[in-house]
Structure formats: structure tokens, C-alpha cells
Design a protein around this ligand. Sequence first.
Ligand SMILES: [Mn+2]
Length: 482
Amino acid sequence: MMYASAFLCFMTKNILTILLFKVFVVVAIAQQGTSFKLANVPVIDDELTSDFFSRNRKRLRDTMPDSSMVLLFAAPQKTKSNDIDFRFHQDPDFYYFTGIKEPNSMLLILKDSAMIDGVFTDEVLFVETKDNKKEQWTGRMLGIDGAMDVSGVELVQPNITFKTLKLPWYQVNTPLCNKHQFIERDDKEHPGDLMSLSKHFYAKSERAGYEPKFNEAEELFAFLRQHKSPEEVKMLQKAIDITCEAQKSAMLAISSGMTEYQIEALVTYTFRNNGAEGEAFPSIVASGKNGGIMHYAQNSSLLIPGDLVVMDIGAQYQGYSADVTRTVPVNGRFTEEQAIVYQIVLDAQTVAIRYATPGYKFWTPHEEAFRTIGKGLIKHGIIENWADIGNYFIHGTSHYLGLDVHDSGVYSSLQPGEVMTVEPGIYIPEGSPCDPKWWNIFVRIEDDILITDGPAKVLSDFAPKTIAEIEKLMDRGQANAN
Ligand SMILES: [Mn+2]
């Protein structure tokens, strides 16, 4: 029931979005006084190279336990409904070590080289072979040679050959693999589909007397992915720039009488128009009371003057995710109470970022944000006891950011090269035990930062954040609308 209604709701929203999209974008752009053109084609020329993926495999091999091997399965294809699939999204671990974006693929990494199919090697990639008929329906495939170019793996085999491949058990006693419990489809006709690859691996391991473990493997991947290489930071910066652009477009467009989904449409448009693959997670455009719902995704309400809008959005670029939140007033001016709460959150964020430097623990910025919010809430009489902070600040302040929005990592002390969010919030639902003048104020401010040797670098500072900056930009938007 839940799936059915969610799907219907999704379709209805989509149709509305499509209908309103053209009109709205033309209007929005006209409001800014520029001519509407899509011809400004962004150049996407910064794909990650095989050097990057080869280096990641080497780093993995260096951290693998002795006598171990790691199997990484590609992500399963997921059905949306009937015979329609969701757009394919590669498993981030598999992508990190291969660069391959196709399903039914698998990577084998050995700690030490062994003879595999007559070749002395420590890595083998299995992919779908090129199939003209299939390409006519579902798009171009890499094939063996293409997969070699993208990944830098020298031994690439058709996935159907894994069934008969002899694994070098004489030198392996620890088989590890990534989590792939979401396998849901078995193509009985296809001996190289994900289900078959997985079955064969488990059967081979069992015959050799071992049980594959995935927790250890996940830990190795998290440890490696926590640190971002310069080319990853470049991809993240691009995703973040596009997201900040969308935040600015939204601030310029927002006015009472519009709907949350129209803002969502503008965000999606800005993402795609700038070369992003799309949204890294369902955009949250939550006005008024909706701001109190952390993962609000309906985006179906009308924007009411006097309300705030929480916009928690993130583009995905070359697989990398941004995650930036801004909270702005529908009519471009914060009320006195909204401004007070907003400033407490902003102060908490500023303090948290100051503590996001090497030597501090991952959780230190959160503890500092928590303390600052507590002080602010007490100062303005919203709470009386420290113990009550958690009633209004209900989540953590940070998570890693990378190929996943909530990226892999081992939550150790902060190190240069790590990218994380800093997103404190205050949420005061109606009926809270405080003066009703504070009710229905929901504020979250989120930036993406890079840990460096010195102070953290705020990668998303292009999106206006102070009260003065937001009001100034929205003034411009609302003046253009009149
Ligand atoms: Mn976040």
C-alpha cells in the first residue's frame, strides 16, 4: 500500500512538475531580466582516469590482510514497477575501485599475485560482453576493451566465465566481499548476471571451506574512501558549485503563492542544466511546518508569507554528491524570532567549523555546535535546562561526503583531505514547552567543508548564508518579480 501510493504521488508530482516546468523556468529567468537559453552547454571533460582507480586498488591491496582476496560486486538493477527500472546507480565501492558504471560486473583483488587463467596477476575484472541487440535497447556497453581502458585492469573477462574460474585457494584463506544483500533479480537465462556471480562465489568459497565476510571488507573500503584525493575534491567542488547555484536561483525565485515543487523543479533544472547527473538524494523543499520533517520529500505545499523554507539539496556530479542546506523566509524578510533562532544556528555552525581541524575528533564540531545551541536557547528562554537541548536539536552535526551523501568513513580524528558536512539545526514544533511565538520555527544551515592543515575550507560558501546576505539577494528577486 505504501509503495503504491508513494508511486502514484510520485507520478502525479512528476506530471505537475513537467507541466509547470517550462512556464516556470521561462518566468523565473524572465524575472531575472536575462534571456532564456539552454545553449550554454557545460563541458564535462573531467572524468576520473584509470590512474585514479588503479591507485585505489593498490591502496586496497596494501591494507588487505595477508592471504586474503576481495570480491566487489556491482550494484543490482532495481525495478521501479512492472518492467521499468530505476536509472542505474553503481555501487560506490565498486565504482571507487573500477570506474565501471555497468551492472553484472565484478572485481576480484588478490593480496598476492597468482595464476588466473594462465595469467600471473593480482586483479581480474568481469564484465558483460558487448551485445549489439542489447545495446539497441539499453545503451552502449564498454565491452572487454572499454572496461580495460576505464579501469586500468589488464585482465578483463566476460562475466559468464567466472562460473568455471579456479580461485587460488592454495594461497587464500580470507575471502572478503562487499555487501550485496540487495540482489533481487535472477535472470535464469543469464549465467553471468549478478545473482549467478554471487552464487558461484559463495559456492566456491563453501567448497574451499570458507565463509565470505563483508564487515571486514566494508571497513577497509571506509578507511580508504574517508580520505579524498585532489581529483575527488575537484568533483565534489563541482557538485557543490552547482548546488550553490541552485540555492541562489531558488532564493531569487521564491515568493508567496509559489509551491515547494516549483522550487524543486528549479533546483533539478539547475542541476541538469549545469551537467550534473541529477540529484544525489530527493530534494527537500520544506516550508512552514514541513521544516520539522527531516526527510520531507513530498514538496507539495504552497509557500505562505511569514513561513521559512528549509532547502536541503545536493547535486551529483561524476558520482560525487553535494549536500547544502539553506533556510530562507518566503517573503524575503526574517521575523524577529526567526532571525534570533537563525542566528543561534549560524553561530553554532561557525563554532563547529572552527573545530573542524586536524587533531580534533570527528565528533568535536558536533559537541561545540551542541553547546552553542544550548547557550542560545537558554539565553532566549526557549529552554531552561541543558538536558532539553536535544528536544530542539535532534540530529548530529556532521557526516562524511563523497560518492555517497552519507559517505563511508571510520569516524576517527580529523585528517587533511576529508570532506564532511556541518549542519546544525533548531526545530521547534507547535505545542513545544516554550513561548508560542517560537513555534513552527525550523532552521538548518549546512555547508560542505574540506579538512586542511589549517582552518577548514568551506567549499559551499558561494551560497548566501548570513541574514543580511539572504535578505539582500531575496530583495533583488522580489523586486524583479514586481
Ligand atoms: Mn547532510
